[in-house]
Write a protein that binds this ligand. Sequence first.
Ligand code: NCD
Length: 298
Amino acid sequence: MNKNSLLSMRDLSAEEIMTILNDALLFDEKYQDWQLPCRKALVANLFYESSTRTHYSFESAELQLGCKVADIAVSQSSVTKGETLYDTVKTLEAVGYDAVVIRHPQDAYYKELENVNIPILNGGDGAGDHPTQCLLDLLTMYKEFGTLKGLNVVICGDILHSRVASSNKEALEKLGSTVRFAGPKEWQREGFPVVDLDEVISEVDVVMMLRIQRERGAALTDMKDDESYLEKYGLSKARYAKLKDSAIVMHPAPVNRGVEIDTDLVEAEKSRIFPQMSNGVLVRKAVIKRAFGFESFE
Ligand code: NCD
């Protein structure tokens, strides 16, 4: 495995996380036009699951950095002839790609890719990890609060099927913040501390709502309709009104409007849902710079 790969937040120390975030800030504030100083920088995007934000913000980051980008259409590739993930990625390496971004429905799919030599950037593995989503979440909090130490974060909803929940728990705890989880009890994970959203809503710095992952089999037995989910577990207007002045609302999106969050709150004053997406391009630029082995901007 290439050491500049990014597979899971588990693999990054607190210091490495801060280096990526500081690079992302420099891309925002100083080096907007910086490009990779390589003769060729061919990046393949290989998405086996639907994606809008992760896919196209990786592509935006790649194009801004001067990469040449191939979007691999899985449905038109030899994957449909039964080719394995390993053989597909080894093929991309053999034909000259320098890095590959992968999203795949299988948890820890990258374990099969030990013998791949080009950097692999994980765009989400099943219900496992989503490191670049976590980094953009961290950047959003860092820009807001100027620190990632001592923050009080609550993550709500479908924790069980979410790769965003586990990556954020891992990273925020490593950086010295408190993360707790709320939502239906059948969607909690072992070892993840549970709270009642209504008991903590007025004291948290960040409330992060998660989408119900119906494609991963999430189903609730006690819910008759979407409004009752919003009422019981979601970010309703009544809960929003109880937030501290300085608190922010986050959601990795796509949002089920009127289910996890009241539709009028998606762009409310405290919502950072769209800024999260812009921050996603910045952290992905930093992660690609790292994948190509460039430590400084000089
Ligand atoms: C998340 C994902 O794909 O895990 N979305 C994203 O990358 N922006 C969360 C989700 O799909 O609910």
